[in-house]
Design a protein around this ligand. Structure first.
Ligand SMILES: Cc1ncc(COP(=O)(O)O)c(C=O)c1O
Length: 411
């Protein structure tokens, strides 16, 4: 009888979920990468250009620090916001790379940048508050804002302007409910980078509107014209209502280790730490010690990885520009993505399957050419696809050979 009831519950009764969770979509980038992995596990020879993570191994000096931490028994809970030595290392990094001074109490170590953003955004914003997100944008930003109860306001940034938000576009998006803006430079998915003078214009509008400025800097070290300017260095008055988000994921090839941080005014950071204390606690203790080495040790490995990405970017730009139906007017100045426009392919078909947007092209490319990419829909740019060049030069060339062959077969 009990079994029958259980089956009935499983098969027939819709579980009532929390309203915000019920509306939550899975991350499009993670879904694309998962599909490619599933096909690989079935023995299908897929080349993935979908991943949002460096393909390099974590540098040895960082792995050695983790081994030492294990041997020293650093296996217990730590302070929720991270051990003091890690927060000191983060403060040093912010001074060295961004010319920003933060005290230990203004820093929260987290399980990756995503958790830093989720906890700070939940701590700062309320139901109905509006948070501006220049778009195309990383898929999770709108989801994270929505989960806090605030409303993501997606402001389109045209390809013609290099996918950058203009100060006038920002002014037009401001309403009495605007509470914040999230900047991401270099950008996922476009690779766009804001110059210091452009940031000064954005900063002026943000200051006048008295909004929070949240700066997601995860790709700062994968930037091909030097370290990008930081909006809080350009306009220090923003510091009192500004949050830096960053992580070691992309810079040190540490995506799986889960370590990142937020830095900002004490009260905001303390509120986010209270939330973290109740819902997850400290970031992984071994990872924290590895992160100290990553941030404070020699930085040659960071530069070497960025140089390899630069070489791959050249391959990708040349090969994308040679594809009929693809447009890539700007060479992306940062991150490891190209975000070409594929509207020249819309309406074409392959064995009855029609290309309607970037997502349908990505699906056809995966099934027919065994190349994984991410369609632009969830980034807010349906005519685009995101191509990650966190893949070897050999795989990049092989993937573009396959895409070229696929394009020849389209009707
Ligand atoms: C712009 C941006 N911010 C944050 C993250 C998440 O970083 P982490 O792995 O440190 O949580 C990503 C990951 O793709 C990203 O692209």
């Amino acid at each position: 009888m009990q079994l029958r009831i259980a089956l009935f519950v499983r098969n027939k009764v819709m579980i009532k979920l929390n309203r915000r969770i019920a509306a939550l979509k899975p991350s499009a980038t993670m879904a694309a990468e998962a599909r490619a992995t599933e096909m690989k596990e079935k023995g299908i020879d897929v080349i993935s250009l979908a991943a949002g993570e460096p393909d390099f191994d974590t540098p040895e000096r960082i792995k050695a620090a983790a081994r030492r931490a294990l041997d020293e028994g650093r296996t217990k809970y730590t302070t929720v916001s991270g051990v003091t030595d890690l927060k000191k290392a983060i403060a040093l990094k912010l001074r060295r790379d961004n010319h920003l001074d933060y005290e230990i109490g203004e820093i929260l170590a987290t399980a990756g940048c995503k958790q830093a953003e989720a906890n700070v955004i939940a701590a700062l914003f309320d139901e109905g508050d509006e948070v501006i997100i220049p778009t195309p944008a990383w898929v999770s930003l709108a989801a994270i804002v929505g989960l806090s109860g605030a409303v993501p306001i997606l402001v389109p940034c045209p390809e013609g302007n290099g996918f950058l938000l203009g100060p006038d576009e920002l002014k037009k998006a401001i309403t009495p409910r605007t509470r914040g803006i999230i900047l991401n430079s270099p950008s996922n998915p476009t690779g766009a980078v804001y110059s210091a003078s452009h940031l000064a214009e954005i900063a002026k509008v943000a200051l006048d509107a008295d909004m929070w400025v949240l700066s997601d800097d995860v790709y700062e070290h994968i930037s091909y014209d030097g370290l990008p300017a930081h909006i809080f260095t350009v306009e220090p008055r923003l510091r009192s209502k500004g949050i830096v988000f960053n992580s070691l994921s992309k810079t040190y090839a540490m995506t799986g280790w889960r370590i990142g941080f937020a830095a900002g005014p004490k009260e905001a950071i303390a509120a986010a730490a209270r939330l973290q204390g109740q819902n997850s606690g400290n970031p992984n203790s071994i990872t924290q010690y590895a992160a100290i080495e990553a941030l404070t040790g020699p930085q040659d490995d960071v530069r070497a990885m960025a140089e390899e990405f630069r070489a791959r970017r050249s391959i990708v730009v040349d090969r994308v520009r040679a594809l009929p139906g693809f447009r890539l007017p700007h060479i992306p100045p940062g991150a490891f993505y190209a975000f070409p426009n594929i509207s020249g392919l819309i309406g074409k078909t392959l064995r009855g399957r029609k290309i309607e947007h970037g997502d349908s092209f990505a699906a056809i490319a995966l099934d027919e050419a065994r190349v994984a990419m991410v369609g632009g829909n969830d980034f807010g740019a349906p005519d685009h696809v995101r191509i990650s060049y966190a893949a070897s030069r050999e795989n990049l060339n092989a993937a573009f050979d396959r895409i070229s062959e696929l394009l020849k077969k389209l009707d």
